[in-house]
Design a protein around this ligand. Structure first.
Ligand code: AMP
Length: 312
């Protein structure tokens, strides 16, 4: 595995790979790599000839007062993980390399960024889309792998690539969880033992939602209420949002049909945690129909049986 820190080196390596007839798979990350990141690398490794991982803690997606300074870093561990996953190229630029001078250009995706995390972090997604556009530009034509852990980010980046005709195919990968259901996140490293225990309420809320959906619940307000009640039962958690939205437009829905995203954000101490599940309803226009197929996407370690949806 080659490690490069310069934009020009990264660009040349990707260009050379393509010239040799190899497809490029890009995995953008902020480092402190865990099994969620590894799953993206594996997907890229399976589908692409030349796998590139980027490690860059992007300052512009953190607002003042957020955890930029405290964000965990482990460059040597990250290199070892990447090497073990068969990554070809690791791009680890300094901030000055990515932003030699304050940028005057911002990529903004309208609408999709207004709700959910965008409401509580109003500058966040502009930081994400701007740096991801830069990484797409540097990498060139490729397949880029993003986790459904950050479902809104995936929707926003996908739309950006479409709107700007970028030569990048954005691939969404399943959310990876710990054995107790907690979604893997770099920010879990901030949690004390009691907070970590409290964090299980997010996945529990989603499992309860899945169980009710399997029983036929199609009212978004009821689903939202289940999430709110489950989070409220855990005193260490403060709800930021619980939303039931269309999986593509991210607009709130009243009835569950088509593809629906149930998304949660909480604060535990100073740490902000997010989680979500996507439910797909076949026969979307039929409303409540016991025969509808329901797919509870609760990640790789929460089986469908866990979610109470052994029928799909
Ligand atoms: P981050 O380093 O947190 O910016 O994440 C880099 C990429 O890894 C993003 O596409 C995330 O969605 C993805 N990712 C982070 N945690 C998980 C997880 N638990 N499961 C799947 N993907 C994840």
């Amino acid at each position: 595995m080659r490690i490069v820190t310069r934009v020009a080196e990264m660009r040349t390596a990707c260009d050379e790979a393509r010239r040799a007839g190899r497809t490029v798979g890009l995995v953008p990350t902020m480092g402190f790599l865990h099994a969620g990141h590894r799953s993206l690398m594996r997907a890229a490794r399976e589908e692409c000839d030349f796998v590139v991982v980027t490690l860059f803690v992007n300052p512009s997606q953190f607002a003042p007062g957020e955890d930029l300074g405290a964000y965990p870093r482990d460059p040597e561990g990250d290199a070892a993980v990447s090497r073990a996953e068969g990554v070809d190229l690791l791009f680890t630029p300094m901030v000055e390399e990515m932003y030699p001078e304050p940028g005057r250009t911002t990529v903004h995706v309208d609408g999709l960024t207004a709700r959910l995390c965008g409401a509580s972090r109003p500058t966040h997604f502009d930081g994400v889309t701007t740096v991801v556009a830069k990484l797409f530009s540097i990498a060139g034509p490729c397949r880029a792998y993003f986790g459904r852990k950050d479902a809104q980010q995936l929707a926003v980046v996908t739309r950006m690539a479409t709107d700007l005709n970028l030569a990048v195919t954005v691939i969404g990968c399943p959310l990876v969880r710990e054995a107790d259901g907690v979604a893997l996140s770099t920010r879990n490293a901030y949690l004390g033992a009691e907070e970590r225990e409290a964090a299980t309420a997010l996945a529990r809320a989603l499992r309860r939602v899945a169980a009710e959906i399997v029983e036929g619940e199609r009212d978004a307000a009821v689903v939202r209420g289940i999430v709110i009640d489950t989070i409220a039962s855990q005193p260490l958690l403060t709800l930021d949002y619980a939303e039931v939205v269309d999986g593509v437009s991210l607009e709130p829905v009243t009835r569950l049909s088509g593809t629906v995203l149930v998304a949660i954000a909480v604060k535990v101490g100073r740490t902000r945690l997010i989680d979500n599940a996507t439910f797909t309803f076949e026969g979307a226009d039929k409303g409540v129909d016991e025969d509808d197929g329901v797919i509870a996407d609760l990640g790789s370690t929460c089986s469908r049986a866990d979610a109470g949806s052994g029928d799909s």
